[in-house]
Design a protein around this ligand. Structure first.
Ligand code: FAD
Ligand code: NAI
Length: 463
């Protein structure tokens, strides 16, 4: 036996590394197993961080090529250096993953390098060395879902991982799946000059988000030049020289047609990753979608084994995984960790951004809740006008009887930052009037949030 720990976390994504740091902060002897050459998981290496680096760079490119002139800034000969843009992205990733390594050292979390396998309750094998742990936390994350008939080679047919690494701007990028990844990476390559077609099975984008926001999102991205084939499924892909020929069919059935692409991005969702962990051998229960089953305190059916993050049910978001990591570490240290699943924001980092928290109108209708809607468009917000970014609106849903904020949905400039105020409000059980009576700086985008809150009672000032 090489060593023994209070806690061994398997996986160093935002769920795992945050859980490990919090456990160590609380005095538990903690190790984290990671097989990747760098810490930080999907999020830091091939997910949130590299995608946001490219979104930022391409947003700058789009501004320089299309919008600076609106401000009276005339520049000629703007050129793309994609290799430099990709190198910058790599630097951003490198700084972040090294940051986690520094935090591990600072908090005395041991990094066990290699693949973790649970050989028995309390025992983890890492590439042939066995370690002992009072508590084992599974935080092994997720992987892309494959589409039958569309074989990924990460060059012509890519998942998000290959889609972040392209060394040439494709002539025509076909994105399969109009969700988070499809629209973010579709935006990246659109801004750099690709023709982008999004093929989506459902008759709407971003399922799960507010339907009115989704319609506006489709219209705004359409205005930017993105093309959509909604209610359509891809049934096969054939390589033809340097091209990929996709076969499409209406989702409800009908005549097939073909669509030619230079690159195809498959982004139809992610699924829990538990391969090689040895869960079958020790009897850890999985649900019908292969996710590790846990109780309200992240415990599996095997004593001493817990799971958090993308590998369990719930939104596959980094901040959700982090909250679970903290809550579990606190529980393992004898405290009372808790996650409020009603107040987890979701943000699509396109331009404009889309941000959502709490219930949608459809959900409230289904639940039979009587609610009031307060809406305010960015066209009526002075700062948005000054920025030249007036697409979208803020929508706040409040309980008619109590005025408590039940949900908020924003499409517009910096929506992902604006939603944080409403997250705090909801966490405190605020009413829309609480938000409306709070003084917001002028001229700021956040005034649109205040005005939407005022609009719940029909008393917005600036519209
Ligand atoms: P992961 O981050 O997947 O980490 C799991 C780790 O476990 C991996 O490093 C893996 O190597 C390791 N591992 C697995 N099995 C073993 C084993 N047996 N032994 C050792 N190590 C193992 N979310 C957001 O909130 N905001 C975003 O902007 C965002 N952007 C995204 C963009 C893309 C392109 C993608 C793909 C995802 C994005 N996500 C985003 C989702 C986010 O990345 C995940 O929700 C998050 O990473 C989940 O964290 P996790 O800790 O559960 O698992
Ligand atoms: P997604 O679930 O967001 O979107 C998948 C889309 O594909 C859905 O619209 C779905 O209806 C569609 N689809 C499913 N099967 C299809 C088929 N056969 N043909 C055509 N369309 C099909 O999944 P995505 O974009 O792959 O991202 C995975 C997860 O990663 C997200 O759900 C999110 O949790 C996380 N993520 C978060 C980001 C953020 O927070 N900004 C950014 C990127 C990813």
């Amino acid at each position: 036996m090489a060593d023994s720990f209070d806690v061994i976390v398997i996986g160093s994504g935002p769920g795992g590394y945050v859980c490990a740091i919090r456990a160590a902060q609380l005095g538990l002897k903690t190790a984290c197993v990671e097989r990747r050459a760098t810490l930080g998981g999907t999020c830091l290496n091939i997910g949130c961080i590299p995608s946001k680096a490219l979104l930022q760079s391409t947003e700058n490119f789009e501004e320089a090529t299309h919008h600076f002139a609106d401000h009276g800034i005339l520049i000629e000969g703007v050129k793309l250096d994609l290799a430099k843009m990709q190198a910058r992205k790599a630097d951003v990733v490198s700084a972040n993953v090294k940051g986690v390594e520094f935090l591990f050292k600072k908090n005395k979390v041991a990094w066990l390098k290699g693949s973790g396998r649970i050989t028995a309750p309390g025992r983890v094998d890492v590439d042939g060395t066995e370690y002992e742990a009072k508590h084992i936390v599974i935080a092994t994350g997720s992987e892309s879902i494959a589409l039958p008939g569309v074989e990924v080679d990460e060059k012509a047919i890519v998942t998000s991982t290959g889609g972040l690494e392209l060394d040439r701007v494709p002539g025509h990028l076909v994105v399969i799946g109009g969700g988070y990844i499809g629209l973010e990476l579709g935006s990246v390559w659109k801004r750099l000059g690709a023709e982008v077609t999004v093929v989506e099975f459902l008759d709407r984008l971003v399922p799960g988000m507010d339907a009115e926001v989704a319609r506006t999102f489709e219209r705004v991205l359409g205005k930017q030049g993105m093309k959509f084939r909604l209610g359509t499924k891809v049934t096969g892909a054939a390589r033809d020289g340097g091209k990929v020929r996709l076969t499409l069919e209406p989702a409800k059935g009908g005549a097939a047609e073909t669509l030619e692409a230079d690159v195809v991005l498959v982004a139809i969702g992610r699924r829990a990753y538990t391969e090689g962990l040895g869960l079958e051998g020790i009897g850890v229960g999985l649900d019908e979608r292969g996710r590790v089953e846990v109780d309200a305190h992240y415990a599996t059916n095997v004593p001493g084994i817990y799971a958090i993050g993308d590998v369990i049910a719930g939104p596959m978001l980094a901040h959700k995984a982090e909250e679970e990591g903290v809550a579990l570490a606190e529980r393992l240290a004898g405290q009372a960790g808790h996650v409020n699943y009603d107040v987890i924001p979701g943000v699509v980092y396109t331009w404009p951004e889309v941000a959502s928290i709490g219930a949608t109108e459809d959900q409230l209708k289904q639940q039979g809740v009587v609610y009031a809607v307060g809406k305010f468009p960015f066209t009526a917000n002075g700062r948005a006008r000054a920025m030249g970014s007036t697409d979208g609106f803020v929508k706040i849903l409040a309980d008619t009887a109590t005025d408590r904020v039940l949900g908020a949905h924003i499409i517009g400039p910096d929506a992902g930052t604006l939603i944080a105020e409403l997250a705090t409000a909801m966490e405190f059980g605020a009413s829309s009037e609480d938000v409306a009576r709070t003084c917001h700086a002028h001229p700021s985008l956040s005034e649109a949030v205040k005005e939407a809150a005022l609009a719940v009672e029909g008393r917005a000032i600036h519209i």
